[in-house]
Design a protein around this ligand. Structure first.
Ligand SMILES: Nc1nc2c(ncn2[C@@H]2O[C@H](COP(=O)(O)OP(=O)(O)OP(=O)(O)O)[C@@H](O)[C@H]2O)c(=O)[nH]1
Length: 645
């Protein structure tokens, strides 16, 4: 196809120079070229472009910091382009290095060109090497996004991939050529940037140059193609605003006397010879896609593909060509597949070009995008640090003493999640803390903690205060035993509180021996008493003494239980939530609700769980009956509750 090629900046100019050279050497002459740069040295070092094709814009400001869009005059560029022979062009190709500064002129130039030309515009974009730094990669990612919006396709070439290949090839060659002859024919390793770039540009010129020349003929060098690929097909493959990768692989054919011998052998065995040719085309195709591709990419993510084989027509195996076509056609995601052959008379090489267009999976593009994100974060961090430093300097200058963070305060402050966790940990380590005890203060015999009762937890029944305070003594049951809970009723929280307990994480530990101020203690005198009339237990009716509240539900079997001074019957589920249970190794009740909470009590288990959850330990108080009776008067004043079993 006939193409107008525009090189921008150092990279673009050098690539265009090389492409121009290939075009002239192939004698196809399908290319007009210009190079635009603001660096005079870069333009002077070009070897093939004629002087009129080198457009130089000197930096006007002395500081050299003027933006490239201020330096390059778009009108001047357009005048120079229109003065060229661009009447028969099929496309316009911009060549540029991503991450440089001159590429910034691409958007206004492309916009201006779009006004004057209807031909599709493509870009050949060169991805920078990683060693050039994050800033260059980040800018390259930005440039790529801008370009993709503006042009019909972006052909990518990855400097990083090809630099590694060149270095590896040079190292391998160096290892091979250790002898004198090897030293003499040493290939350049491209250690200096100029040689290195020229090797990369040679590669680009071969890949892209052959593609540009597809469908163009020169009478002396070309045979008639069997499957002709014209410029329109190349253009249609490229178009679509996507990324394009070009795979290109070649193989030297056997030449000289050895070749004549080889050909005789091949004539003897023609079938084997043709199979060899087919195998060569197939292996070249694989190499082009997987190894010698301009940018490594996922073949299966391509939308369109084009296959072009080139070389002496006798060597272009149609069998191999069809196999490659089928393979590519089945592999790509899209349905558009084009192919052709490009027979060249005087060459000792067979080559294949595979163009993959509309590729969505290109790891290197993703990589530079990731680098950009990383770079932006670093820049932001740097900016914040600089701002902080300025602020500190200003404060220092103003004589403001910076606040020293308070460790205690910092410890006090915690997120809700953290504080929940810390509380839990604290609780596990220290189940008994003063705060925890304060949360539940059950009045006991001590009689001193009525004032400390925690109003937030309503543990007591709604009975009249007077009733609660009144001593309640139930008459002893005949033959029964009196149970004295005083001093022996131990309510303790020996297990961590459930996380969702009403009491939060506050542990409850009421010591077994002796009621303490903040411990729960039941002053108890269990006497043989009558069972309540109601209740599921087969006990005698209980007759509460003065002021006692007989439990509406729930039945105790057994002894007369007197809860101590001022105690009130806890709510049904109160201790369940607190996880309180009795000590003294009493057997666990079968009742699940009690058992789960580790609440042990002796004697028959009432069906109703409510009243029994007082974590009362029933003691054989038969022996104490007498003293209990003596205490009756005391109980009357205690306001205890006597449960009758
Ligand atoms: N393949 C290849 N890549 C090049 C060449 N020169 C530069 N590059 C790459 O292209 C990127 C841009 O470089 P240039 O085109 O020289 O930059 P510029 O736009 O002229 O402007 P400056 O940034 O001022 O140098 C660089 O980061 C390199 O990765 C070259 O000759 N060949």
């Amino acid at each position: 196809m006939r193409v107008l090629t525009i090189g921008l900046g150092g990279a673009g100019s050098r690539v265009v120079d090389q492409l121009y050279d290939h075009d002239r050497r192939s004698k196809v002459y399908c290319m007009s070229a210009v190079a635009i740069d603001i660096d005079p040295n870069s333009l002077l070092q070009l070897r093939h472009l004629p002087n009129p094709a080198r457009i130089f814009f000197p930096r006007v400001d002395i500081s050299g910091r003027a933006h490239v869009t201020d330096v390059i005059d778009i009108e001047e560029v357009m005048t120079r382009l229109q003065s060229m022979d661009t009447m028969e062009i099929d496309a316009i190709l911009f060549c540029c290095g991503l991450g440089g500064s001159v590429i910034d002129i691409a958007p206004p130039i492309i916009a201006e060109i779009r006004k004057s030309y209807v031909e599709p515009i493509f870009a050949l974009a060169i991805l920078p090497c990683l060693e050039e730094g994050k800033r260059v990669s980040a800018k390259a990612a930005d440039d790529l996004e801008v370009l993709q919006e503006l042009v019909d396709a972006v052909i990518l070439f990855d400097n990083e991939t090809w630099s590694q290949k060149i270095k590896a090839a040079a190292a391998a060659a160096e290892a091979e050529n250790t002898g004198v002859m090897g030293q003499l024919r040493q290939i350049p390793i491209g250690s200096d940037p100029r040689t290195h770039y020229s090797m990369l540009n040679e590669r680009i010129a071969r890949q892209i140059g052959l593609l540009l020349r597809a469908g163009e003929f020169n009478e002396s060098g070309l045979d008639v193609a069997e499957v002709v690929l014209d410029a329109g097909e190349v253009l249609n493959t490229l178009k679509g605003n996507g990324f394009v990768a070009v795979g290109y692989a070649t193989e030297r054919l056997p030449t000289g006397w050895l070749n004549i011998f080889h050909r005789r052998q091949s004539l003897k065995d023609f079938i084997q010879g043709s199979q060899e040719k087919a195998a060569r085309i197939i292996s070249l195709a694989k190499k082009a896609v997987y190894e010698d591709v301009s940018v490594p990419c996922d073949l299966t993510s391509a939308d369109k593909a084009l296959v072009l084989i080139a070389g002496p027509s006798a060597e272009l195996s149609m069998k191999g060509f069809q196999t490659v076509r089928k393979w590519i056609d089945r592999s790509i995601a899209g349905l558009e597949m084009r192919s052709g052959d490009y027979p060249v008379k005087n060459t000792s090489f067979v080559g294949i070009i595979i163009v993959l267009s509309g590729i969505s999976n290109i790891p290197r593009v993703e990589e530079i995008q990731d680098i950009r994100t990383e770079y932006q974060l670093e820049c932001e961090e740097e900016r914040l640090r600089a701002e902080e430093e300025v602020r500190l300097c200003e404060e220092e200058a103003a004589g403001i003493v910076p606040e020293v963070p308070d460790d205690e305060g910092a410890r006090d402050f915690a997120s809700p999640l953290e504080s929940a966790y810390l509380e839990e940990i604290g609780y596990m380590v220290e189940p008994t803390t003063p705060e925890k005890d304060e949360m539940i203060a059950l009045p006991g015999n001590g009689g001193s903690d009525q004032k400390r009762r925690d109003d937030t937890i309503d543990m007591l029944p709604k009975a009249e205060k007077k009733q609660d305070e009144d001593p309640v003594v139930l008459p002893p049951k005949q033959g029964g035993r009196e149970i004295d809970l005083t001093g022996s009723a131990s309510i303790t929280s020996s297990v961590p509180a459930p996380k969702n307990a009403t009491f939060g994480l506050k542990g409850i530990n009421i010591e077994k021996t002796g009621p303490k101020d903040d411990a729960v203690s039941y002053s108890t005198a269990l006497k043989p008493v009558q069972r309540p009339k109601e209740g599921s237990l087969s006990a005698d009716a209980g007759t509460p003494d003065r002021g006692i509240q007989r439990p509406k539900e729930g039945v105790f079997t057994g002894d007369h239980v007197t809860l101590g001074h001022g105690i009130q019957r806890p709510k049904d589920n109160l201790f369940d939530e607190a996880g309180l249970h009795m000590r003294e190794g009493m057997p666990l009740p079968k009742d699940g609700s009690l058992g789960q909470k580790g609440f042990a009590r002796s004697g028959p288990r009432p069906k109703e769980v409510g009243p029994s959850r007082g974590r009362l330990e029933v003691i054989d108080t038969a022996a104490r009956q007498k003293s209990s009776e003596e205490k009756k008067t005391d109980d009357d004043t205690d306001g205890g509750i006597t449960w009758i079993q």
